[in-house]
Design a protein around this ligand. Sequence first.
Ligand code: ATP
Ligand code: MG
Length: 324
Amino acid sequence: MKQMLLKILENFKNKNILVIGDIMLDKYIWGDVSRISPEAPVQVVNVIRETYEAGGAANVANNISALSGRAVMVGIAGNDSAKAILLKELKKKGITTDGIVTDSDKPTTQKIRVIGRSQQLLRVDYENKEHVHKKVETLIIKFLERSVKDMDVVVISDYAKGVITREIGSKAIELCNKLNKPIIVDPKPKHRDFYSNVTLITPNNAEASEMAGIEDGSDEAVIEIGNRLLKQLNTSVLVTRGEKGMSLFEPGGSITHIPTKAREVYSLIGAGDTVVAAIALAMASGASLKDAAVIANIAAGIKVGKIGTATVSIDEIKKEIKDL
Ligand SMILES: Nc1ncnc2c1ncn2[C@@H]1O[C@H](COP(=O)(O)OP(=O)(O)OP(=O)(O)O)[C@@H](O)[C@H]1O
Ligand SMILES: [Mg+2]
């Protein structure tokens, strides 16, 4: 078992993963606060520095890069100054940005946090969640038609901010099925019907319940939820269950529960992105779904023990496997 998992990890290097979804830019404005504005009863932040991170679907790409894979990012950015910063952040991590289409009808999705003396004071969002228009949709579909054939695995990371339309979703799925490429979806419940006939969906517990129409959040209900999604959408299902780990449902009725190791949790943000990235690379490396899920569970466990959206490395996963 351990030898098998270690061998899979050895193969992560340079695997090609196409990630399509809603890209965001996280901006942090860090400063000092020492006075109240004379203009209004608000604090004045004296800015010390600004930092950026590519987030949303791009965080899946960040995780793939950190695990030594090659990520090709497909999505949109606005015709604005945030776009240049976003592309720079992605390129810094070695992520291919040719699949990012400029959509002049929308701003680059951006979340700006203003932090004064290590306290978040304000968040400012730029976003327009409407589905992309036909022109942009066509450009994205054309990119998929050109590039899917060169990929090992395709990931749809849907944050329901407009990129994953029915047409784009079904085109990606159709191409993957035709070319025999695994396709993994981190879903949003409201787009449930877009995801039939994929290889795997990775909803968390709440998303899975909503998608299956079963409100019950109990341990027993997970089985019914997983089985129902598997049948209705004709796909394997990995329900991520926070500190309870994950449950994998496969065609033929196999159900595998994978528990987490107890650990101190620092940040849950982005654990789902780590899961998808690790599964994609494991599948690209020839792993079974079960082995891929075990590796992803270990990777996500390491991730939650870190601060913020920090990524996980292959060496960290190897170390955990050796200690299993
Ligand atoms: N408290 C925890 N202890 C150990 N591992 C955890 C914990 N919380 C989450 N994980 C790991 O992270 C995985 C994904 O977590 P979760 O089910 O919360 O995903 P999610 O809600 O999609 O996350 P995200 O907010 O990133 O979208 C879990 O399956 C597990 O492997
Ligand atoms: Mg999630």
